[in-house]
Design a binder for this molecule. Sequence first.
Ligand code: GLN
Length: 539
Amino acid sequence: MTTKYIFVTGGVVSGLGKGVTAASIGMMLKAKGLKVIAQKLDPYINMDPGTMSPYQHGEVFVTEDGAETDLDLGHYERFIDENLNKYSNLTTGKVYWNVLDNERKGVYNGETVQVIPHVTNEIKRFIYSVGKKIAADVVITEIGGTTGDIESLPFLEAIRQVSNEAGRENCLFLHVTLAPVISSSGEMKTKPTQHSVKELQSLGISPNLVVLRCNRHIDESARRKISMFCNVSPDCVIENRDVSLLYEAPIMLEESNFSQIVSRELGLDDNPPDLTLWKGMLEKAYARDKVVTIGLVGKYVKMYDTYLSIVEALTHAGIENGAKIDLRWIDAEQITPQSAPELLGGCDGIIVPGGFGDRGIEGMVCSARYCREHDLPYFGICLGMQIAVIDFARHVAGLSDANSREFDVESQNKVIDIMEGQIGYENTGGSMRLGAYECVIKENSTLSAAYGEKSIMERHRHRYEFNNAYRDLFEEKGLCICGTSPDGTLVEAVEISGKRFHLGVQYHPEFKSRPHRPHPLFVRFIAASLKNRQDTKGE
Ligand code: GLN
């Protein structure tokens, strides 16, 4: 079939859940039997979010093919359940980088290089390329930022051109805006939406659908005004209310017949969506009758976006285990041998997520030690695995100055060290081990029990590695090397047997967890934490 394009833009303010709206329509269309892919075009000038601070940008989501991307891609993957690729995220920086590279190579044959057509062509190349591998029926493209931003203009121009080239009937523009309610009068206001749509129209884009973020039902007068001033039919004003669980969003949007209207506007068959799996997952979520307290020990506290995929993966595993996650944010810098019992003791399990730089490291090592000594379930991810190794080296193998090269170059025992070929590139973007690699699993380990497979593929994003010079010593002392690269040279996972759960993985399992297909390691970690709660608190 002809490829259909859905463009999602945002107006009025940021943070309206544009990404979740894009992901929700993707999920519904896939449930109708279509092949769907999604991408995000980010107008900022960095090449990718890989080198941006979590304060600025939140989590960096990594794709199978090793692209460091915007966290909205995590929503797309979790909702649509389709692996995205390196065409799924594009920034102004990358566009210019590619265009200038072409210019240097003489690709433009001496032409004057301009925003139109060279920059817009490069943007369109990404839009046309993203769905090729899976022969997508529908390509969903979200434009980052808010209408009116100077830097998003070339992106809006590019999508306008796509609608001209691919045919207006094959393209749908979906504008996500806000309908504020004035508290004194209780009136829902449509003017910001009208202005925002006018701005888009001045760029040659007329939205087909307006998705209105609001905290109550849209009243008839607001619907009529938006329909009239924004030039959309009344049923194309879609209500986007707050939901308590993110995964309810598609179902809430369906109350306005969202997917049926999108199908109608795009001339797609209106097959009923098969929501068996999704609704089954929601049923399980509503039925959760247990609680499990998980401590997340990191250097960013209460920054949900920084650890977004981990928090979501915990939620998925909680749903599978019938438990709500009571997430306790623990500032790694506050943890000392003295404070550990108070800060960690009340938790049923501890997770140490990925991270960079030495702030908070000693508190994390202290947490790994406390967990190991008190048989409190410990799950270390990437940096968290390196931390488990440092604790083991210092406190079990007796190497008191053990550390990672990242935190102490002077240490005589760099049990975590730089990978060959990366020396000299420590501080540059895109120079890490990125994307999916195979990991071979040792039999009779927690890892093997969780996956039930001999070999798995997981995504990576790290620069430092377990130092093989210490392998024999640590194994002798009781550390189980439970996962390695197929040639055995890279340590991918370590655990300590005989504990409720003490496992570290060099990769990021959180990126592959789905609400209706939770990741086996998270499921097992939550099960172990629940068991611990029962054993120690009798609940
Ligand atoms: N900083 C560590 C490394 O580069 C861990 C990275 C991570 O946790 N993603 O190896």
